[in-house]
Design a protein around this ligand. Structure first.
Ligand code: MN
Length: 325
């Protein structure tokens, strides 16, 4: 399919490059480094080759979220966002941008979001899970009360928020001890991000700000498969669930969430996701440079879905959500 739009596509700057180092074996690091630092060479060639017209670019992970000093986190976010804006200006026909945000400090994050959307023309934000604040072991999730004004501004700016994974901290990773292969994309990313998303749904955030739109990658981080059980476990017991939100969790999932195919190129999972959330809320993505563009595109272009759904998921849903021209 030609004209695809992909929106979980990462780059790095010098200051954030090494954040990607620990996820890869030594013998492929040179390759990862080439891929993540490149914007205008191989990336564009691969986009051309595999029918991707536009990439919405975002900084690598965990970067800004893993800088406990809020001032420093803000500096790196600004630097990355300015760099991204310059690169988009060179290829406005092929690139759009997501803001990196220093959520260590909700006010700084709000200011940077406003700057990125209003001055730099970015189409949303991409944030790498929880933020570490002051003490590296002190972490915040965004359902917490100090973030609600930030969410109000995001809603009024009418831009989506991409909740991207990061690994849990070592002090919260007892279950993975001795099983390091489960860290990162194989399991821990999805577990961490799915719980964060559920916290947002249960908090009542979407009752107060019903127009907020959250994007999850990796075919929904396991949530489409599990959403029914979240709402229907022990259904014979009256008032089994007590959380602040007013509606069923699955209703927020359907009204406030979008899902991308990044790094999860599996037709069975796609069809399950279509049945849970509908093809209007699913968008093609690759997770370049950490997954391959050819793996994503060759799978998607041939997946056994209708051409109508392929066009929506590959292009028109993203065009609408991000108001792309
Ligand atoms: Mn990613």
């Amino acid at each position: 399919m030609k004209g695809k739009i992909a929106l979980e596509e990462h780059f790095a700057i010098d200051e954030t490059l090494l954040d990607s180092r620990g996820f890869f074996p030594d013998d492929v690091w040179a390759e990862v480094k080439d891929r993540v630092m490149d914007l205008h060479g191989r990336r564009i060639r691969l986009m051309d080759e595999h029918g991707i017209e536009t990439m919405i670019l975002s900084l690598n992970a965990p970067t800004v979220q893993a800088i406990p000093d809020p001032k420093r986190a803000n500096e790196i976010a600004i630097k990355a966002n300015d760099y991204l804006a310059e690169q988009i200006a060179k290829r406005p026909d092929r690139f759009q941008g997501f803001a990196a945000l220093p959520l260590q400090d909700p006010d700084l994050a709000t200011r940077e979001l406003q700057r990125c959307v209003k001055d730099l023309g970015f189409v949303g934000a991409l944030v790498n899970g929880f933020s570490q604040v002051n003490d590296p072991n002190n972490i915040v999730y965004y359902d917490m009360p100090q973030f609600w004004d930030f969410w109000g501004v995001l809603e009024s700016l009418d831009v989506p928020f991409y909740l991207h994974p990061r690994n849990p901290l070592p002090i919260h990773s007892k279950i993975y001890e001795g099983h390091s292969w489960l860290m990162g994309p194989s399991w821990a990313f999805g577990q961490e991000t799915a719980v964060h998303a559920l916290r947002l749904m249960g908090s009542g955030l979407f009752d107060k700000y019903p127009k907020i739109q959250i994007v999850l990658g990796h075919m929904g981080e396991g949530l489409p498969f599990s959403m029914w059980r979240v709402d229907n476990c022990n259904a014979w017991i009256p008032n089994r669930h007590n959380y602040p939100a007013k509606r069923k969790i699955g209703e927020y999932f359907q009204d406030n969430f979008h899902i991308t195919t990044s790094g999860n190129f599996r037709t069975q999972a796609l069809i399950n996701t279509m049945l849970e959330i509908g093809s209007d809320r699913i968008m093609f993505s690759t997770d370049w440079p950490f997954e391959n563009i050819d793996h994503a595109a060759i799978w998607f272009d041939a997946a056994t879905i209708s051409e109508d759904d392929r066009l929506k998921i590959g292009r028109t849903n993203a065009k609408k959500l991000f108001k792309l021209k």
